[in-house]
Design a protein around this ligand. Structure first.
Ligand SMILES: [Zn+2]
Length: 223
């Protein structure tokens, strides 16, 4: 029974034609949708879909294509200028500044205290009380982003993640230790680099430990 179903799937994928194979709503059937994923979106045309193609190869290729589609959608969402309503700002854009690749984050399994991991997760997901976030809840109206000024130092700069992590004077003592620790492992953050936040996305567990400790201690200092 199972092999018969598999045979039907393979046959359907091969014979399905987009202009003919529609369901009662006029949408593509499952067979043509899979065929599009396997063949028509495969620009390199490296997957030979034919009558003799083993079902396990079809399923393996399908998994690869679905993962690619999911990753494409992921980057589109986090880099969009607006949120899901199409009007408000996209809070995930900060996350995009820290993200350089689609992967399981190393800090989640790095050998460091759980409290550091919790602080890093909250920081990365904008689940914190920096002005850039609390300004969203300002009454009666949200503060414009450029008015969400840091109250921890006299810089007059917006208190966003980059300011907190790289330049706020409030944490200078802790920052000196952070930079010393990073230099010991040959890492030198550039505060003027627009991609500086991507240091949070690194795979070096020594760097992640330094950052986790620093963020944890800074958040404690401002509470
Ligand atoms: Zn500051």
């Amino acid at each position: 029974m199972v092999s018969q179903d598999k045979g039907c799937l393979a046959a359907g994928l091969i014979t399905a034609q987009s202009e003919l194979d529609l369901d009662e709503n006029g949408s593509h059937s499952l067979a043509i949708t899979i065929r599009i994923l396997l063949v028509e979106s495969n620009k390199a045309n490296t997957f030979p879909l034919g009558p003799e193609t083993p079902i396990k190869d079809i399923l393996r290729e399908l998994k690869i294509r679905l993962n690619e589609k999911f990753e494409d959608a992921f980057w589109l969402v986090i880099k969009a200028n607006t949120g899901a309503d199409g009007k408000s700002g996209n809070t995930l854009r900060k996350y995009a500044l820290m993200k350089s690749s689609f992967k399981y984050e190393k800090y989640l399994v790095a050998p460091m205290p759980t409290k550091y991991k919790v602080c890093m997760a909250r920081f990365r997901l904008s689940c914190h009380k920096l002005e850039i976030e609390t300004g969203r809840c300002h009454k009666p109206y949200p503060k414009p982003a450029h008015e969400r000024i840091c109250r921890q130092c006299p810089s007059g700069r917006v208190e966003d993640e980059a300011h907190f992590l790289l330049s706020c004077e409030k944490y200078d003592t802790l920052k000196t230790r952070l930079y010393t620790d990073l230099q010991d492992i040959n890492v030198t953050p550039n505060v003027h680099d627009p991609n500086a936040l991507k240091i949070l996305d690194c795979d070096d567990t020594r760097v992640l430990l330094c950052l986790g400790r620093y963020i944890s201690q800074c958040l404690l200092l401002r509470s």
